[in-house]
Design a protein around this ligand. Sequence first.
Ligand SMILES: Cc1cc2nc3c(=O)[nH]c(=O)nc-3n(C[C@H](O)[C@H](O)[C@H](O)COP(=O)(O)OP(=O)(O)OC[C@H]3O[C@@H](n4cnc5c(N)ncnc54)[C@H](O)[C@@H]3O)c2cc1C
Length: 341
Amino acid sequence: MSETIKTDVVIIGAGPVGLFAVFELGLLDIKAHLIDILDKVGGQCAELYPEKPIYDIPGIPFITGHGLTGALMDQIKPFNPTFHLNEMVTTLEKIGDPLFRVGTDRGKVFEAKVVVIGAGGGSFQPKRPPIPGIEPYENKSVHYAVRKMDAFRDKRLLVVGGGDSALDWTLNLQPIAKRLTLVHRRDEFRGAPDSVNKMRALVAAGDMDLKIGQVSALEGADGQLAAASVKGKDNVERVECDAMLPFFGLTMKLGPVADWGLKMEDELIPVDTAAFETNVPGIFAIGDINTYPGKLKLILSGFHEGALMAQKAYHYVYPDKRLVFQYTTSSTSLQKKLGVA
Ligand SMILES: Cc1cc2nc3c(=O)[nH]c(=O)nc-3n(C[C@H](O)[C@H](O)[C@H](O)COP(=O)(O)OP(=O)(O)OC[C@H]3O[C@@H](n4cnc5c(N)ncnc54)[C@H](O)[C@@H]3O)c2cc1C
């Protein structure tokens, strides 16, 4: 287990609301670490609709999900938050008054005076392909994410899927794999045309294999794959492999949030509307994960919630200090923090 990371605030979820919370906390001299299971920031905006326009961000008539994520990252730059991506928060315990211990599935441990849950609709988790008996191989020789490319060096790899993730990992892993086979159910790909062309060029040069069909069965022992059956239109082919990487997209599941002993209502966390604090003082819930009378699951609501949360969080982080309300337009102290004065 790694050394404990001590910080003022841990934000669980780096969606738009978690990102803007960094800004509101930063104005009050509160440092934050953000943890997200995705390999990128932006939550639903980045994962579900990066190219779609959003028309109801106050003062911005039109911006895409990707554009909003980029703008939020620019806005919080002065506060230099630390991101821990590809990591799921699994545990949250109260160890002081208030002091919390937060643990991730990669063994990181944090201690923070305040925890902000910005977990949206829950954690994005990979969709499991419909292959009978896949469970014993999962996380041993069947992997839904690539955390360390080197783990796949000199291995016979089976990448499954037809979207950007499958194609990107095909192109990245092919040079280090012993042999790479891409399996997709049809000879058309949803991924970027440039990646499709590069993949087809590798196949034409004999540097990798492409099989059209579906993985129907796995062979192996003790979680170690030996081969997979690929069912095509007219035949079933046996492909020997050491590891399989299925990329079938992501689904949102509430995940571990439900296990943290917080009061829950229909998979949402009830909060007060003065500070968006949960039933545990020092733990706040903002954005799509919370519920209160009149709640609207909109980005602008989450931004407002983050601003009020920060005001209350200040008193936990600096119990002996008085908080003076200030405007960014007129406060030189705030402008200094933003690096503009
Ligand atoms: C197609 C579509 C269009 C939309 N259009 C609009 C619109 O036009 N205007 C608007 O205001 N809203 C819109 N929304 C809703 C908007 O995207 C959400 O309100 C917003 O994303 C909520 O932000 P959030 O930060 O609370 O949560 P999310 O964006 O869901 O981010 C939460 C993050 O928390 C992470 N997470 C969860 N649990 C854990 C855990 N245990 N450990 C680590 N990480 C975890 C998740 O991986 C995720 O990245 C739209 C939504 C969709 C799906």
